[in-house]
Ligand binder design. Structure first.
Ligand SMILES: Cc1cc2nc3c(=O)[nH]c(=O)nc-3n(C[C@H](O)[C@H](O)[C@H](O)COP(=O)(O)O)c2cc1C
Length: 193
């Protein structure tokens, strides 16, 4: 069965490198037989929480999150941190949208960074919504030089493409293994310890 994967492009900038990476990975997921949809926080931003009620942007996004079986969460590194747009999303999103769903973390850097946003998201953001960040992760360094065309431009581009395919396959295995898990776990203790 085709797995439904949602890719969150976490940059709040229009036409971001994070969105480029998201669309590349969505294409690879489709090539691997999954259904993939990109939600770009630069193109369809969420207002800073708390928003006026009802918040149509959040209602639309929540519906996409609820129907996803697994996620790819892509964060640019800004000032050594995860993107504020993504942290804002994790204030809105809760168990109804994300609980017990596997997610692959992807860091994006124009230079040699990209690890800080991943450790930040692993340290926070999951506790109450119970999203399951898998151990495998991807860091796209020198992002402007890679994932630009159908064919890899050089060895570094080839290396990240091969690594991305493998990480996505790992994610799809988790999605299969955890399928239906949310429905099996009793809803207790709104906040994680
Ligand atoms: C305000 C700002 C701060 C940044 N800080 C970092 C950083 O700390 N480490 C890093 O590797 N790259 C940093 N970058 C570069 C980003 O990694 C780069 O812009 C990359 O393209 C990801 O952003 P985007 O998805 O919005 O395009 C910074 C960029 C901006 C605009």
């Amino acid at each position: 069965m085709s797995r439904r994967i949602l890719l969150l492009a976490g940059s709040s900038r229009a036409d971001s490198q994070s969105a480029k990476v998201a669309h590349y990975l969505a294409g690879r997921l489709q090539a691997l037989g999954a259904s993939a949809e990109v939600l770009d926080l630069g193109a369809t931003p969420l207002p800073l929480w708390p928003a006026e009620q009802p918040c149509l942007a959040w209602q639309t996004m929540a519906e996409h999150l609820r129907t996803a079986e697994a996620l790819v969460v892509i964060s640019p590194e800004w000032q050594g941190m995860a993107s504020p747009a993504l942290k804002n999303l994790f204030v809105y999103a809760g168990r109804a949208e994300l609980a017990h769903k596997p997610a692959l973390l992807v860091g994006v850097s124009a230079g040699q960074g990209g690890a800080y946003p991943l450790s930040e998201l692993r340290a926070s953001s999951y506790k109450n919504c119970r999203i399951c960040f898998i151990p495998e992760q991807l860091i796209v360094r020198q992002v402007e030089q890679v994932l630009n065309a159908a064919q890899a431009a050089d060895e570094a581009d080839e290396r990240i493409r091969s690594r991305a395919d493998w990480a996505l396959q790992v994610l799809l295995h988790y999605a299969e293994a955890l399928q239906g898990l949310a429905g099996k776990i009793e809803w207790r203790f709104a906040s994680g310890m």
